[in-house]
Ligand binder design. Structure first.
Ligand code: NAD
Length: 272
């Protein structure tokens, strides 16, 4: 059944504007990143997964079996030399880079007192510096001569605008990502590279589920509470992927420096 869906995807790609375009997805090996990869792949894009988990190579090889031109590059986005090497390899292998989705991120809990210096630096290193390093390495490879030559989509979080301190470093890193997105959008507009940010609501990704399990949370209760979200369910990685595809498409050709919440109405819910 799954195979049949992919075959349909390859047929539809023949008319897609993403056909033969190269899309890099950081942290694309699982969770939300895998949903983003699937959505771009369904549009016929060529996929480069940049993930620190070597297991992402298996995901890329499954995609290739389904006829998608996908490769994985093991790289930690918080380390400049690894980012530089991975982007050089991607540019060499694919010949062009059109879209960068900065999705890799970690979300450990911790308030002012339980967050130590090492954790603070790790969160900032991956969630914020990693985005900076990826953009710095990728932008020189993006075409600069057409009407809509490149798109960068950063994956943010609703925590960026909340005052809860249970995820202090995480919230601050995602807040910084908003400022980064706006600044870069302005700086790259003359090159016709657009930069936007998607704020997912709540996604039962591998990372999120592992966190529930580690906290001993009642998963059934969590799933029940998700039904009280305005649109009645949690989001999926594919929901986030669809927004990333839209923001990178010609339909969004005049959209840059913007934040798009894909949260089933979570951010407009009446406070309890
Ligand atoms: P996840 O833990 O399920 O997957 C994260 C992926 O990123 C993994 O494949 C992991 O190997 C990779 N990764 C982690 N650190 C990396 C590094 N240093 N270099 C390269 N790759 C790295 O997480 P997720 O829930 O899919 O989250 C993806 C993004 O969405 C994150 O930026 C997160 O902050 C954001 N987000 C998630 C939710 C949610 O509810 N799950 C909500 C809002 C925002």
């Amino acid at each position: 059944m799954k195979k049949r869906i992919w075959r349909w995807a390859r047929v539809s790609s023949a008319v897609s504007e993403f056909h033969n375009r190269t899309v890099i997805v950081t942290g694309g090996g699982k969770g939300i990143g895998a949903g983003i990869v699937r959505q771009f792949a369904q549009k016929g894009a060529r996929i480069a997964i940049a993930d620190k988990d070597p297991g992402s190579t298996e995901f890329a090889s499954r995609l290739r079996q389904d006829g998608i031109d996908a490769r994985s590059y093991v790289c930690d986005v918080s380390i400049g030399s690894e980012v530089e090497r991975a982007v050089q390899e991607i540019a060499r292998d694919f010949g062009r880079i059109d879209v960068l989705v900065n999705n890799a991120g970690i979300f450990p809990r911790g308030d002012l007192f339980s967050t130590d210096e090492a954790l603070w630096e790790r969160v900032m290193g991956i969630n914020l510096k990693g985005v900076f390093l990826m953009c710095k390495a990728v932008v020189p490879h993006m075409a600069q001569d057409s009407e809509a030559s490149g798109s960068i989509v950063n994956i943010g979080s609703l925590h960026s605008s909340k005052g809860e301190d249970v995820t202090l470093a995480y919230a601050v890193s995602k807040g910084g990502l908003i400022t980064f997105t706006r600044n870069l959008a302005h700086a790259l507009a003359p090159r016709r590279i657009r930069v936007n940010c998607v704020h997912p609501g709540w996604v039962a990704s591998e990372g999120e589920v592992a966190r529930w399990e580690a906290n001993g949370s009642d998963i059934e209760r969590i799933q029940q509470s998700a039904k009280s979200m305005p649109l009645g369910r949690m989001q999926t990685g594919d929901d986030i992927g669809q927004a990333a595809v839209f923001l990178s498409s010609d339909q969004a050709g005049q959209i840059t420096g913007q934040m798009l919440a894909v949260d089933g109405g979570l951010s407009i819910r009446r406070p309890i």
